[in-house]
Write a protein that binds this ligand. Structure first.
Ligand code: SAM
Length: 218
C-alpha cells in the first residue's frame, strides 16, 4: 500500500484506498484489504465522484485540516464513508432530502460517529445552519437544475472564510439543450457572483460522463 500526496489516501496499482474506520465492515460492497495489520477499503471512482476527482489529477485534498464538513446530497453514504475514514476526528454533517436514502444513511451514522445525518433540503440551509455552525469544507453532489445557486447559498451561510468547497456539477441536470461548456461557464459565474473564487474545473471522464467538478475557495 503506497501513500499518495492526498493525506490518508493510499494506492495499490491504479486503485485508491482509505483506512477503514470500522475494520471488518463494508459500506457498499467494496473490497477490504489488510496490509501490515491495517485494514483498507477500496475507494471506487465509478461509485464516488470524489475518488474520480482525485484520480483526474487533484492538486490538493481540500478536506485536510477540516474540523467541520458539510456534505450536501449524501444518499446512502458511499462517498461520505470515505470522508469519515479520512477525518476521524471531524464532524461531518451529511444532508439528504430523500427519506428512502436517509434510512441507510442513519444506520451508517450509528456505526460511524463522525457522521451527523440531517434530513433536509439543501435549498434551505437556514433549517440546519444552527446545528452545523461554520464548516471548513463544503461538498455538494445533488444533481439539481439550480445546484450552483444552492451551493453558493450554503457557502454564504456556512463556509468559513478561506474554506474550500467542491461542487460536482451534473451538467445534464441543468439543461438538456445548451452545450456543456456554456453550462459550466454559467455555474462558474454564479459561484463567483456568490463571492467564491473558482480554483479549478475538472471533467470526471472516464468515471462519469456527466459531471464537472468545481473547486472553490471562499
Ligand atoms: C448522486 S446522489 C449522491 C451520491 C453521494 N454523493 C455519494 O457519492 O455517495 C444525489 C443525492 O442528492 C440528493 N438530493 C438531491 N437534491 C437534494 C437537495 N435539494 N437537498 C438534499 N439532498 C438532495 C438525492 O436525494 C440523492 O440522494
Amino acid at each position: 500500500m503506497d501513500p499518495t500526496n492526498w493525506p490518508g489516501v493510499f494506492r495499490e496499482g491504479r486503485d485508491l484506498f482509505t483506512i477503514n474506520l470500522r475494520p471488518g465492515e463494508r459500506v457498499y460492497g467494496e473490497e477490504l484489504r489488510v496490509s501490515a495489520r491495517v485494514e483498507y477499503r477500496q475507494w471506487d471512482p465509478f461509485r464516488s465522484k470524489l475518488a474520480a476527482w482525485l484520480l483526474r489529477g487533484a492538486e490538493e485534498a481540500p478536506w485536510v485540516g477540516a474540523k467541520n464538513v458539510l456534505y450536501l446530497g449524501a444518499a446512502h453514504g458511499t462517498t461520505a464513508s470515505h470522508l469519515s475514514d479520512l477525518l476521524p476526528d471531524a464532524r461531518i454533517f451529511v444532508v439528504e432530502k430523500s427519506p428512502t436514502s436517509f434510512a441507510p444513511l442513519l444506520a451508517l451514522a450509528r456505526r460511524r460517529t463522525n457522521l451527523y445525518p440531517i434530513l433536509a433540503d439543501a435549498q434551505l440551509p437556514e433549517r440546519y445552519a444552527a446545528d452545523v455552525g461554520t464548516v471548513e469544507f463544503l461538498y455538494q453532489d445533488i444533481a439539481q437544475r439550480t445546484q450552483a445557486a444552492i451551493f453558493a447559498e450554503n457557502a454564504r451561510t456556512l463556509l468559513a472564510t478561506g474554506g474550500r468547497g467542491l461542487m460536482m456539477l451534473k451538467v445534464r441536470s441543468v439543461t438538456q439543450t445548451r452545450p456543456a461548456p456554456a453550462i459550466v461557464h454559467a455555474a462558474r459565474s454564479e459561484l463567483s457572483q456568490g463571492g467564491l473564487t473558482v480554483l479549478s474545473e475538472t471533467a470526471l471522464l472516464p468515471f462519469s460522463r456527466e459531471h464537472t467538478a468545481l473547486l472553490v475557495r471562499s
